[in-house]
Ligand binder design. Sequence first.
Ligand SMILES: Cc1cc2nc3c(=O)[nH]c(=O)nc-3n(C[C@H](O)[C@H](O)[C@H](O)COP(=O)(O)OP(=O)(O)OC[C@H]3O[C@@H](n4cnc5c(N)ncnc54)[C@H](O)[C@@H]3O)c2cc1C
Length: 326
Amino acid sequence: MRDGATSDVRTETEYDVVVVGGGPAGCSTAVFTARYGLDTVVFDRGRSSIQRCAHLENYLGFPAGIDVETLYGLMHDHVREAGGELVSDLVDAVSRSDRGFVVETEEGRRVTTRRVVAATRYDGEYLRPLGDEEMFETSGGGTNERFDRTYPESDGTTPFEGLYVASPSEETDRQAIVAAGRGARVGLAVVRDVRRTRGVPDAVAPHYDWLRREATLDSEWDDRDRWREWYDAKRPDGVDDDRWEAVRERDIDRRRGMYLSSARIDRRRERGQRRLLDHVDDDLVVQRAREIESGGGDENASGGVESGVPANGTSEHADGHTGASR
Ligand SMILES: Cc1cc2nc3c(=O)[nH]c(=O)nc-3n(C[C@H](O)[C@H](O)[C@H](O)COP(=O)(O)OP(=O)(O)OC[C@H]3O[C@@H](n4cnc5c(N)ncnc54)[C@H](O)[C@@H]3O)c2cc1C
């Protein structure tokens, strides 16, 4: 059972990765770990930075900005599409166990996991049961204690094996898109470390989530034996033949599965665009369709009087002059 826990039932569940916090940092981590096939859950509730934004106008890909609710919906949908779970619950405590960590929540959930990713810009208190005082620093003249942003490395790893921190971070939690980038980096670090524990040699342990065009696959790399040769050149000393073969063949399957035919690319393009529509207000979709049907559609219609008004209070008009915003 996964998501059926209620406040009066304590449910024991095991995950590969538990992400604490479903803002830009945590969702981004979860997309990378879940897409790799790691059993990932994101707990999300409590004090949030992203919920305090009025409107995001600097998150790349949204030329007229995006409201927080829609961005949240997109991020959470992305985690689920990647295969991750999202649970609306507050993590109270993370502690050590024989099998890694135990994560306990406000509603009485209790899950075990090998890896925990902290992604809560404002909160770190739930990490206290781990007992490492180095995680916290005093501020405000020695009266307040808060999570030490310098505790994790830039890839999120920490002195605690299996504990990663995507947020807070020293320089990357101040803008949403930077936090998302950091989350992705941490996700890649988790995947790399899992691969290492599964016997993938260090030289090929980093995994990049790239989908390639099948048309670029030349005859050399279309040959499975060429891949075998490439892997065998990186084989570490002392690894038993059967084990090596299993690791190598699994990895070759994974790499070959990342090539997409033109037909699959086309299908994904359509599906991707349709999925975006799910997040747009239905009335706006219908209104836009009518405009297009009547031939009056402006491809860049932003539909609002505030279009083109940067936050500094000036607007760049089509004729090139810069004037005060209205
Ligand atoms: C007023 C304001 C305006 C801003 N405006 C902009 C802007 O215009 N553009 C921009 O780029 N950035 C802006 N930011 C910064 C932006 O919000 C952050 O950079 C970004 O949200 C950081 O993402 P995060 O995932 O690290 O943290 P958060 O956004 O804080 O996400 C953390 C998530 O974890 C959850 N959580 C917390 N504790 C727990 C727990 N114990 N258990 C489970 N879940 C938990 C929270 O509910 C939250 O959803 C603004 C910030 C503020 C405060």
